[in-house]
Design a binder for this molecule. Structure first.
Ligand SMILES: [Zn+2]
Length: 259
């Protein structure tokens, strides 16, 4: 009996230890050998800027009509993001839309700081963004669905060209890292979220193992994206993952096309 009680006490601790070990391995897989993250990394003559929030990124996209964000970082107060916006002369209320690469907490966490913004995500990601479903990865195992307070204005479809003022974002479904992960192409910049990772040697790796719902599907998505964009390779000036620095040109993606 005593032994059983002890086991019942130890089992959750063992599970927790296994989770921690898994996450540590996952984090290592994300950051080891990755292209370093650089705050303020900019594209399209400075009109697109990366804002680093801890180990993740949000992106400011500026046009004549104001600002759109790709992702919102993880800080609920969006402190670094609002500071970067302020340096460009914008208030949080000037952000008219946020397009999410996916619904993980480190990409949507700051969105509540921009209550006026319209929110966009792929249809398959809406429940995750709104907190009606948990992530299909290791972290999801220890969580219950809980409302994020965010409401998607309009669900997006694969292949759609989303027009936001003067900005057009082309949407590509990348199921794998999460069910509704997306890559977004805007003015030669391919925002790839966590659907791929850039390595310091210039290669593009697949989505991180531990934090992805279905890594094999994620690899297949990357191959499919490479095949789709191959005929338009000259349009791709930058490949921009959320947790590592950008890769210049289309080659790292084209390496994923099969013979
Ligand atoms: Zn993610």
């Amino acid at each position: 009996m005593e032994k059983r009680t002890l086991l019942m006490l130890l089992a959750p601790l063992a599970l927790l230890a296994a989770l921690c070990a898994g996450m540590a391995l996952g984090l290592r897989a994300i950051f080891e050998g990755g292209m370093p993250l650089v705050d303020g990394e900019s594209f399209v003559e400075g009109r697109i800027e990366r804002v680093v929030d801890s180990y993740t990124s949000a992106f400011i996209l500026e046009d004549a009509q104001g600002v759109v964000l790709v992702d919102a970082g993880m800080d609920p107060a969006a402190a670094t993001l609002t500071a970067a916006l302020a340096r460009r002369g914008y208030q949080p209320s000037d952000v008219r839309a946020i397009v999410f690469t996916h619904g993980h907490g480190d990409h949507i966490g700051g969105a509540g700081a921009f209550p006026q913004a319209e929110l966009f995500a792929l249809e398959a990601e809406v429940e995750l963004v709104e907190g009606r479903r948990v992530a299909g990865n290791l972290l999801g195992m220890v969580r219950e669905p809980s409302p994020t307070g965010l409401q998607i204005t309009r669900a997006l479809e694969d292949g759609q060209a989303l027009q936001l003022g003067g900005l057009e974002l082309e949407i590509f479904a990348m199921p794998g890292h999460s069910l509704g992960s997306a890559a977004l192409l805007c003015q030669g910049v391919l925002f790839i979220g966590d659907a791929a990772a850039s390595m310091a040697d210039g290669q593009l790796a697949g989505p991180p193992p531990v934090f992805s719902a279905d890594r094999d599907a994620g690899m297949a998505s990357l191959q499919a994206l490479a095949a789709r964009l191959k005929p338009r390779a000259d349009e791709i000036e930058w490949i921009v993952p959320s947790h590592q620095g950008a890769l210049e040109g289309p080659d790292a993606l084209l390496a994923w096309t099969q013979e």
